[in-house]
Ligand binder design. Structure first.
Ligand SMILES: *Cc1c(COP(=O)(O)O)cnc(C)c1O
Length: 462
């Protein structure tokens, strides 16, 4: 299996290099040259299998010969062994046709553990084999950073630097990043918002000399291996509810477009997915893009669902590449428009492509809190604000098929919003009960690329 860049000017890579590289050298994102197809009987055979077995079957064709089957079995088992639920990604019923896919039973209580735990195992195995070292730098709106730190802390061949926007993550998120207590882990509180963090990360990757000097590797949601790991739970949940014999719909709370792009890949592999609904909070660039045919960025306004407070939705580039029929030049022009002129208009064909495949909706701040209240009243489920955004949007899209709404974080990660909605602070699960007592280590930093580079050079263990 080979991977090509969405900008069309970087060399094609195998799975392992794609995973270790993250962003392509032409500034693009790697996508598989071809998407493997699963037959109806292959999909039917996934029903009722353990999560790890489904992961093995879904991931294998994308990995090619980068890992043996035996290695993959071992690494997948290690990735998900610590999850606090035997099903890993259990499905709960909310209404006659509405279901909740709980993705928050991993070590940091958000869906990003599904990808990060696996990529940690895969990278460690790959580096151990080659004897190489890497420096992972990640930008986070909260949940990626803690998931990465949890997955990579203490690993011999990896140093980890996580940039988060100062004051814009919840206290639980911050503490999960600042209390790892491992000397290969560095949490940096950057002045600015998530897009600032993501911008500095891109600057580091675009500095090829620095990139080579420190062995820079990315684990942000642009990393193909992360998207791949997320494809798995679309298969487990859909087959639980009757796929391939009946189609299912999904509503996905969306920021960087990684999670929903995984659903799009699952559909391209043959999973019968009807609607794939993008749910955004008040930072609704993706909803506006679908509605108007134009992607135009505005300022980020902090919301109750901070992990979706994004205006530059990195993974959208992957679907844009498909919408433009693999034309890297057109993608490059669009991305330059977004960077330099604040936006770009989709061609008619590309807009039609997207509208055919995705629906969308948004939830205001009030609607988010009301959704937490309503879900608790009607079903007893306490939703995190991100999941509540999706719940609100899903209610508008209920139709013939079962609707699966993705619950992306545990409510205890966002106790302030939940308390505002229902007057109760959800308790942290027992494995994390001492979080508020652990000592914090964090480096505050101005938004300055030179300072950031100097810090990474000084702190990495070479
Ligand atoms: C990251 C995150 C999202 C958004 O996921 P994307 O893949 O960036 O679209 C939604 N909810 C939670 C809790 C998250 O951590």
């Amino acid at each position: 299996m080979r991977y090509i860049s969405t900008r069309g000017r970087a060399p094609a890579l195998g799975f392992e290099e794609t995973m270790l590289t993250g962003l392509a050298r032409d500034g693009g994102l790697y996508v598989p040259e071809e998407v493997p197809q699963f037959s109806e009987s292959e999909i039917a055979a996934l029903a009722g299998q353990p999560y790890e077995e489904v992961a093995l079957r879904v991931i294998s064709p994308f990995v090619g010969d980068a890992f043996t089957k035996g290695e993959l079995i071992r690494l997948i088992a290690a990735a998900y062994g610590e999850f606090a639920h035997a099903a890993r990604a259990p499905v709960k019923q909310l209404g006659p046709k509405h279901f909740l896919l709980e993705l928050f039973h991993g070590p940091t209580l958000a869906f990003k553990d599904f990808a990060m735990q696996l990529i940690g195992q895969l990278m460690q195995a790959s580096l151990a084999r080659s004897g190489k070292r890497i420096t992972i730098v990640g930008a986070t709106s909260g949940d990626t950073g803690s998931a990465a730190i949890e997955a990579f802390k203490g690993l011999a061949n990896v140093d980890v630097f996580i940039l988060f926007p100062e004051g814009r993550v919840s206290e639980v998120q911050r503490r999960q990043m600042t209390t790892a207590g491992a000397d290969n882990v560095h949490a940096i509180a950057l002045e600015g918002d998530f897009d600032t963090c993501q911008g500095r990360l891109k600057d580091l990757f675009n500095d090829h000399a620095f990139r080579d000097e420190v062995g820079l590797a990315g684990v942000n949601s642009i990393n193909w291996a992360r998207v791949l790991a997320q494809v798995v739970y679309y298969f487990t949940s859909a087959t639980t509810l009757g796929a391939p014999h009946r189609a299912v719909d999904f509503t996905v709370p969306t920021g960087n477009f990684g999670d929903i792009f995984a659903g799009h890949i699952a559909r391209r592999m043959g999973l019968p997915v009807g609607k794939l609904v993008i749910a955004t909070n008040q930072n609704d660039i993706l909803h506006r893009t679908l509605a108007t045919g134009e992607q135009r960025r505005e300022g980020v306004v902090p919301s109750h669902s901070p992990s979706m407070d994004i205006q530059v939705s990195s993974n959208f580039e992957r679907v844009l590449f498909e919408a433009y029929d693999g034309d890297g030049t057109a993608v490059t022009a669009a991305m330059e428009g977004l960077a330099n002129e604040g936006g770009y208009a989709l061609g008619q064909g590309a807009w039609g492509f997207l509208k055919e495949r995705f629906a969308s909706g948004r939830a205001s701040e009030d609607e988010t809190l009301q959704a937490i209240f309503r879900a608790q009243l009607l079903t007893g489920e306490v939703l995190c604000p991100h999941s509540a955004v999706a719940y609100h949007v899903a209610e508008d899209h209920l139709g013939r098929n079962p609707m699966i709404t993705l619950a992306t974080a545990h409510p205890a990660k966002f106790p302030d919003a939940v308390e505002k909605a229902i007057g109760l602070r959800p308790p942290l699960p027992s494995q994390m009960a001492d979080l508020y007592d652990r000592p914090e280590t964090v480096t505050p930093m101005a938004d300055d690329l030179g300072t950031l580079k100097a810090f990474i050079r000084e702190r990495r263990r070479s």
